[in-house]
Design a binder for this molecule. Structure first.
Ligand SMILES: Cc1cc2nc3c(=O)[nH]c(=O)nc-3n(C[C@H](O)[C@H](O)[C@H](O)COP(=O)(O)OP(=O)(O)OC[C@H]3O[C@@H](n4cnc5c(N)ncnc54)[C@H](O)[C@@H]3O)c2cc1C
Length: 340
């Protein structure tokens, strides 16, 4: 059986690439088995154009954010679901120094379109501790990644475009002009293996999150101070995330749970019940840029999405597709060749 592209791995990278290629009229087949520690099922899904430690725009945010919004809103319509939610993000200032930093960001041309200061009545009414005030990031959004992945999964399974198996290295047969896995042959194999890839320049970073029930917190905004609080509805909130560079596949730990709850209690003064605790591994690149491009005969890679995968994936998928199928040059900042 012949197809155009085989995709190995269907986290947000593989999923967005499969949809991007399908929209180009290409035939794709995806292989994926969700391994413990995969990034996308643990992801908060927050789409935030500002680096909150420094209050500067994240890499190419002005260009990536509208592209991501257009891509996911059109895709959710095709799937008949709602998974893209435009939500303001409220940054609670931990010290007076952050107030000044925010003010400077409001006066800077690059960050001004995203950082604002106005009353958030919902935050004022909530049991949230904000003695130094807060600022609002807008536009921002939340993508319900598991809901999107599940809707695409059903669609791909119905079209026989997804095989849910673990692919062993010896099952991948590479030739100069094609690649084969089992009975499927294609021009390209694109590896979207996330943190499981053996790729120079990839530095996996563990992250843990909690889902908590807070009946007394009525909030429809995302709030950040040390941790994110993301409203999921029905008094449920996702709280995260931690960053850890060793023992990344060890799963959820008591240490991270305590760390997250301490920060949550510093911010929200009311009873909290933990209902879920998840760990995942971010596929980060050493220089925090995506890793895209051709790695050998008939093989390419789409990785390095790090901690902003939702924002990055649509632009990266389009960029890689243009490189593979239109011969467009790769942007050197994302070219995987830099890490070899
Ligand atoms: C705790 C946490 C919170 C985060 N929060 C956010 C956030 O709020 N916003 C945001 O934008 N990003 C967030 N991220 C980052 C985001 O999750 C990642 O950037 C993104 O999910 C990476 O996706 P991926 O497809 O590259 O990897 P993955 O999601 O890990 O997907 C790789 C897939 O390939 C499969 N696979 C690998 N090898 C094989 C094989 N041989 N055979 C079959 N299947 C295989 C894996 O099992 C997996 O399903 C967070 C990450 C973590 C861990």
């Amino acid at each position: 059986m012949h197809t155009d592209v085989l995709i190995l791995g269907r986290g947000i990278a593989g999923a967005v690439l499969a949809e991007t290629l399908r929209l180009r009229g290409l035939r794709v087949h995806v292989f994926d088995r969700k391994r413990p520690g995969n990034a996308s099922m643990a992801a908060g899904g927050v789409v935030n154009p500002i680096v909150l430690r420094r209050d500067v725009p994240s890499w190419r945010a002005a260009r990536l954010l509208p592209q991501a919004r257009d891509f996911y809103t059109a895709w959710q319509q095709r799937l008949g679901i709602t998974c893209w939610h435009q939500l303001p993000l409220v940054k609670v200032f931990p010290t007076p120094r952050e107030v000044d930093q925010w003010q400077r960001a409001m006066n800077h041309a690059d960050s001004a379109p995203f950082v604002h200061r106005h009353a958030e009545p919902e935050v004022d009414a909530a049991p949230i501790s904000a003695p130094h005030g807060y600022g609002t990031v807008w536009p921002a959004a939340w993508l319900n990644v598991p809901a999107l992945l599940e809707a695409q999964r059903q669609q791909l399974l119905a079209s026989a475009m997804l095989t849910e198996v673990e692919v062993a290295p010896e099952e991948i047969v590479i030739a100069p002009d094609h690649v084969r896995i089992g009975e499927l042959e294609a021009r390209w194999l694109v590896r979207c293996e996330g943190p499981f890839a053996q790729l120079p320049g990839l530095v996996p970073v563990k992250g843990e999150t909690l889902v908590v029930r807070i009946p007394d917190l009525h909030l429809t905004r995302m709030v950040h101070r040390g941790v994110f609080i993301l409203p999921l509805g029905n008094a449920l909130f996702r709280v995260g995330a931690t960053f850890k560079w060793d023992d990344v596949f060890a799963g959820p730990t008591d240490e991270a749970r305590t760390w997250l709850l301490e920060r949550l209690h510093a911010l929200v003064q009311c009873p909290v019940e933990v209902v879920e605790h998840t760990a995942g591994v971010r596929p980060a690149a050493r220089d925090r840029r995506p890793l895209l491009g051709i790695t050998g005969p008939s093989q390419a890679v789409f990785n390095g999405l790090g901690s902003r995968g939702v924002l990055l994936a649509p632009w990266c998928a389009q960029h890689l597709a243009a490189h593979l199928f239109d011969g467009a040059a790769l942007d050197p900042e994302v070219d995987v060749a830099r890490s070899f």
